[in-house]
Design a protein around this ligand. Structure first.
Ligand code: DC
Length: 234
């Protein structure tokens, strides 16, 4: 099989990470959740007093601290390399980076050009050899503009908020639908309006609107697109 590069972008909670991870597992590729990296930088900022209660971020301090933020992925299940735990300076932060507090600060952190540059460099080196599925917001536009397969996933804000509430409740996080919907809408706005690498569909990305699709239907669709792209590569 050709070791192509697959870029999966889309709005928050559109189900793109689940799809991307499952595709990587099925075809034996490396999977990288780039959002986890932005979340990890955000957690570091929160733990080091660089975020204010008003939602502000001390950009100068965070940019100066970037070289001290080491992000790695560990693989606790040797039989399934797509199961990843995000490590911040050697500490497993997989659970902490998924909380609503981190979600509330991550979009402003992701608007900082130096943060993006720092993470994009690392993402590109992870994909140097191909055979990778990476999901995020700017993978098809900025990180891997030459990716052989680019997918842009979308679903309505209401459907995405419902999914997110289910995910958070499964982790015993007490959140209301209204709070989550507000967070989804706010992140959509910031992600699509920021100056550097705003969330947008790459011209050559295939659109997947998954409001009314089951996970199995999405997977069939994605595998089909994958094989078209991988088999078409010389
Ligand atoms: O996919 P996610 O919800 O875990 O992403 C968290 C945040 O990180 C999201 O608000 C936007 C940002 N992000 C980004 O700007 N670029 C990426 N490639 C991935 C995520």
């Amino acid at each position: 099989m050709n070791k192509i590069t697959v870029a999966i972008d889309g709005y928050s909670s559109s189900g793109k990470s689940t799809m991307a991870r499952e595709l990587a597992r099925r075809v034996g590729f490396t999977y990288v959740d780039s959002g986890a990296m932005y979340r990890t930088v955000t957690l570091y900022a929160m733990e080091h007093g660089m975020t204010g209660p008003d939602g502000s971020v001390d950009v100068k301090a965070l940019v100066a601290a970037l070289p001290e933020i080491n992000i790695r992925f560990s693989h606790p299940d040797p039989d399934d390399m797509t199961v990843q735990h995000t490590m911040l300076n050697g500490r497993d932060v997989e659970r902490e980076i998924r909380t609503i507090e981190v979600s509330n600060y991550v979009s402003p952190v992701a608007t900082i050009p130096e943060v993006r540059e720092y993470l994009v460099d690392q993402q590109r080196s992870m994909g140097r050899e191909g055979g990778i599925v990476m999901d995020g917001r700017d993978i098809g536009t900025t990180v891997f503009p030459d990716a052989e397969l680019k997918v842009f996933v979308n679903a309505s804000p209401e459907e995405r908020a419902r999914r997110r509430v289910r995910e958070l409740q499964a982790k015993d996080e007490n959140v209301s639908y209204d709070e989550v919907l507000a967070n989804v809408r706010e992140r959509d706005y910031i992600d699509t309006h920021r100056e550097v690498s705003p969330l947008r569909r790459a011209d050559d990305a295939i659109l997947l609107d998954n409001d009314h699709m089951t996970p199995a239907e999405q997977m069939d669709w994605l595998l089909n697109e994958f094989h078209k792209a991988a088999d078409g590569k010389n």
